[in-house]
Design a protein around this ligand. Structure first.
Ligand SMILES: Cc1ncc(COP(=O)(O)O)c(C=O)c1O
Length: 454
């Protein structure tokens, strides 16, 4: 399995000092190398994939190490910290709940759970009505798979159990989530695969140029799947390494197809939900509402919390005590999520993401131009963007350049996470939703500077 790692040998870099960025040491910081080495020695190798920067604290869209360096955060962790780092309202909510003396409650009722459910309800379009709180995105997508299979058995018996998802999809790292995922390499450990998980091309307009819905039907027929055997279709509203939304006409045709064949339409909104795309959900752009949605990441702004949003009927298939999780609605996570959602609403951060979307899109265009012919595809929706490094004139990934771009950007005070996506060659740009235009533009100019020198 190909895996890359950033070097731990400190490299002297030019100092940087602006209102948003400070780089005043070699990178990685010489004093941090012992910590970084210990982690690499004692954790699974898989945990050593990010740029070698010790995160210590943050202020809004700025993230800081303990050595006086500060970065414009274009990572949001991994699209989580929508209201930025250290937001006073979230800090207070966490501290107040800790002081109240409750940090676990299992499924026993709490007032903070009621308040969070009520806040979440106000985000939901009909017929989404009920909210099941969980802890991680993968837990939420797994729950959607379980509900789809249960629905299939209810309306069509055991035969109706095929879960359709998409090539290059990512739904998490647990078994069901990886069966539904669209990455052959990530499923290698599973050996013989469950043939009732089927993937079809995702209409991203880049690797899959034909974005018509007939491709979906043809792909299913080609794999010998009878539409009436499908219990559900699960998709991200945009795929992470591309950041292009599923076309609205495609989504509407899929909605009609699901209705016709009594299959559930499931959107994985773990990345897109709660404002990232400049609308409440990714599907808000598409003129459809799914039967189930899996949410995580930006729902809480940082503390581990996820949710499945579903219709009354689907969320009533299991009886009391039959669908639970130990850390569901953990009081501290719930308090943080509630504060996070209120900040998104009160500070109009969904609107901010929509307002700044053209700035991000224009910046990515400038970066692509600066890189000559090295970036084959760019895409941006709201405040998420992706730059795909490819061999000129092809869709073949070039991960080395993507890694170089991340390293050089970090050395100049712009925080990015390691490249993702097909061949590990996509650089994602996704700042907190509360970033202002000036910091966004400054960070994009740094990326343009770096791209010109690749
Ligand atoms: C679209 C999508 N679904 C599911 C997940 C899994 O979430 P988690 O890592 O919280 O399990 C992710 C995480 O990156 C994601 O991007």
């Amino acid at each position: 399995m190909a895996t890359k790692q950033f070097s731990l040998v400190p490299e002297a870099v030019e100092p940087v000092k602006t209102a948003n960025r400070t780089i005043q040491t070699a990178i990685p910081v010489p004093e941090s190398v012992e910590l970084l080495t210990r982690l690499r020695d004692q954790e699974p190798r898989s945990m050593g994939g990010q740029p070698p920067i010790v995160w210590h604290h943050g202020e809004g869209a700025i993230v800081c190490d303990p050595y006086g360096n500060r970065w414009i955060d274009f990572s949001s962790g991994v699209l989580v910290t929508s209201v930025g780092h250290g937001h006073p309202a979230v800090v207070k909510a966490i501290a107040d709940m800790a002081k109240q003396g409750l940090y676990h409650a299992y499924g026993f009722p709490t007032d903070v759970r009621r308040r969070l459910i009520e806040e979440l309800s106000s985000w939901l379009p009909a017929p989404l009505k009920r909210i099941f709180l969980l802890t991680t995105g993968a837990e939420a997508t797994e729950c959607c798979i379980k509900l789809a299979r249960t629905h299939g058995q209810t309306v069509g018996g055991n035969r109706k159990s095929v879960l359709v998802s998409f090539d290059n999809a990512f739904h998490g790292r647990t078994m069901g989530a990886q069966l539904a995922g669209g990455w052959a390499g990530q499923k290698a450990w599973l050996g013989e695969l469950d043939t009732r998980f089927v993937q079809v091309p995702f209409p991203d307009g880049f690797r899959q140029k034909d974005t018509r819905f007939c491709v979906f039907e043809e792909a299913l027929a080609g794999k010998g799947v009878y539409p009436d055997d499908v219990c559900g279709v699960m998709s991200e509203t945009y795929q992470g390494c591309n950041a292009t939304l599923m076309p609205a006409e495609y989504a509407q045709a899929l909605r009609a197809w699901c209705n016709k064949h009594k299959a559930l339409m499931i959107f994985d909104e773990v990345q897109a939900g709660f404002g990232r795309t400049g609308a409440p959900f990714g599907f808000s752009h598409l003129g459809v509402v799914p039967d189930l949605a899996a949410c995580g990441k930006g729902i809480s702004g940082g503390m581990p919390l996820a949710a499945v949003l579903g219709t009354d009927e689907l969320m009533s298939m299991y009886g009391p005590g039959e669908m639970t999780s130990t850390h569901s609605a953990n009081p501290i996570c719930a308090a943080a999520a509630l504060a996070n959602l209120k900040v998104i609403r009160e500070e109009r951060l969904v609107e901010n993401a929509a307002r700044l979307a053209p700035v991000l899109a224009a910046g990515l265009t400038r970066i692509q131009k600066a890189a000559g012919d090295k970036i084959g595809h760019i895409a941006a929706t709201g405040l998420v963007g992706a730059l795909q490094f490819t061999k000129p004139g092809t869709t073949e990934p070039v991960p080395e350049l993507a890694w170089e771009m991340v390293l050089r950007a970090v050395q100049k005070g712009v925080m990015l996470f390691a490249p993702v996506g097909v061949g590990g060659a996509a650089v994602k740009v996704n700042p907190p939703l509360l970033i202002n235009g000036e910091a966004l533009d400054e960070g994009l100019s740094v990326l343009e500077f770096v791209a010109r020198r690749l």
